[in-house]
Design a protein around this ligand. Structure first.
Ligand code: SF4
Ligand code: SF4
Length: 340
C-alpha cells in the first residue's frame, strides 16, 4: 500500500484539508482533490462481503456494504456501494480488496507515477545556477536523491522532490537554493512590495541619525514584525506562506540608502547631469533639489559630489526574537565605495 504514504502526505496539507472540510455542495466535494484517482467502480459479482473496503476507507459515509434481497431462487448479493458525495478518491478500498479480479477499481494512483511530474506540495525548491557554487552539499543532504548534477549544473528533479527542505538548510549560499510557494503568486509580490516599502519608510524616518554615521560605524534599529505581518495577512491571509515570505525576503534583502544633506551643497550642479533618472534638478528659485521618489539608488551622486551632500549606506535585515517580541533587526553601514 505504498500510496498510503502519499495519500496521508497530501491529505495532511493544511490548505487541502481546509478546502475539503469547508466544501459545501456535493459538486465542490466531487471536484477535490483533482489529482487523485477516479471514483471507484464496483463489480458486485466478485464481492465476497469481507468488508475490507469499508474498514480501509478514511472518509465517513463514503462506502457501505449492502445486500440485495434474497429471492426464492437465490441469495441476494453482498457488495460495496460508493457514495460519491463523500468519497475522496484515495483508492484505499481498491488497494485492500482481496478478490481476484478486484471488486473495486479506481484507476491509477497518479501521485506515485513519476512521469506525471506531480509536485506533492505547494512548495517548489529550485536552484539558481547563477548563484550556485556547485559545492554539492544539497546533493548529500537530499534524502530521496532528487538532486543531480548534469553538464556541470546542479538541478532538482521535481518529480522526485518531496519538498522536505533539507537541501535549503545545507546550502551555504544565500539565494542559491530557493523555496517558492506555488500558490498566490500575485499576493506574494504584493507582500514583498509592502515589506520593502515599510522598511524603507522606517529607515527614512531615521535619516538624520544615519547621516551622522562615521566611516566604519554601524547604525542598528529594530522594527516590530507584528504590525507588518498583520498588514501582510490582509493581502494574503495564509500565515504560513506570509511568514515564510517575510522571513525569506528580510533575510536576503540588501537595501541601498541614499541620504541628502542640502546644507552642504555649493550648487556646483555636477550631480544634476550625472543622475541617470533625473532625480536631481536645478532651478533658479530652489537651487539643486533631489526627489527621493525618482531616485534609483545607483549612488552616482554620491560618487560625483565632491562636497559630501549625498550619503550612501547599505541596510541588511534579519527577523529575530528580542525580549519575547519578534522584530526585524536592521543594520545600516556606510557603503564601502571610495569617495572621490
Ligand atoms: S526539498 Fe528535500 S527532497 Fe527536495 S530536493 Fe531539497 S532535499 Fe531533496
Ligand atoms: S548546496 Fe547550494 S551552492 Fe551547493 S551545490 Fe547545492 S545549490 Fe549549489
Amino acid at each position: 500500500m505504498s500510496s498510503v504514504i502519499w495519500y496521508l502526505y497530501e491529505f495532511a496539507r493544511k490548505s487541502w484539508a481546509e478546502k475539503f472540510a469547508n466544501a459545501h455542495t456535493e459538486h465542490e466535494i466531487l471536484e477535490k482533490p483533482e489529482r487523485f484517482r477516479d471514483f471507484p467502480t464496483v463489480h458486485k459479482e466478485y464481492c465476497i462481503g469481507c468488508g475490507a473496503c469499508t474498514t480501509a476507507c478514511p472518509a465517513p459515509g463514503a462506502i457501505k456494504l449492502v445486500r440485495d434481497t434474497d429471492t426464492p431462487e437465490e441469495e441476494g448479493l453482498t457488495y460495496p456501494v460508493i457514495v460519491k458525495g463523500a468519497c475522496i478518491r484515495c483508492g484505499f478500498c481498491a488497494e485492500v480488496c482481496p478478490t481476484d479480479p478486484k471488486t473495486i477499481e479506481c484507476g491509477e494512483n497518479h501521485l506515485i507515477r513519476e512521469e506525471f511530474t506531480i509536485v506533492p506540495s505547494e512548495k517548489l525548491y529550485v536552484i539558481d545556477d547563477y548563484l550556485c557554487i556547485r559545492c554539492k552539499k544539497c546533493l548529500k543532504a537530499c534524502p530521496v536523491d532528487a538532486i543531480v548534477e548534469e553538464d556541470g549544473r546542479v538541478e532538482i528533479d521535481q518529480s522526485r522532490c518531496i519538498a522536505c527542505g533539507d537541501c535549503l538548510e545545507k546550502c551555504p549560499v544565500k539565494g542559491a537554493l530557493k523555496r517558492i510557494h506555488v500558490a498566490y503568486v500575485e499576493e506574494q509580490k504584493m507582500v514583498i512590495n509592502l515589506a520593502v516599502n515599510e522598511l524603507e519608510a522606517a529607515i527614512e524616518e531615521r535619516s538624520d541619525d544615519i547621516k551622522k554615521l562615521g566611516a566604519g560605524e554601524v547604525y542598528r534599529m529594530n522594527q516590530p514584525l507584528r504590525p507588518l505581518l498583520e498588514r501582510a495577512l490582509e493581502v494574503l491571509p495564509d500565515e504560513e506562506i506570509t511568514r515564510d515570505i517575510l522571513e525569506m525576503i528580510t533575510d536576503r534583502l540588501k537595501m541601498r540608502i541614499i541620504t541628502w544633506s542640502p546644507e552642504k551643497c555649493v550648487q556646483c550642479r555636477l550631480c544634476v547631469d550625472e543622475c541617470p533618472s533625473g532625480a536631481i534638478t536645478y532651478s533658479e528659485d530652489e537651487g539643486v533639489v533631489r526627489d527621493p521618489e525618482k531616485c534609483l539608488r545607483c549612488s552616482t551622486c554620491y560618487q560625483t559630489c565632491p562636497f559630501g551632500v549625498a550619503g550612501y549606506y547599505v541596510a541588511r535585515f534579519l527577523i529575530d526574537e528580542s525580549n519575547g517580541e519578534e522584530v526585524i533587526r536592521i543594520t545600516i553601514k556606510p557603503a564601502a565605495l571610495p569617495v572621490k
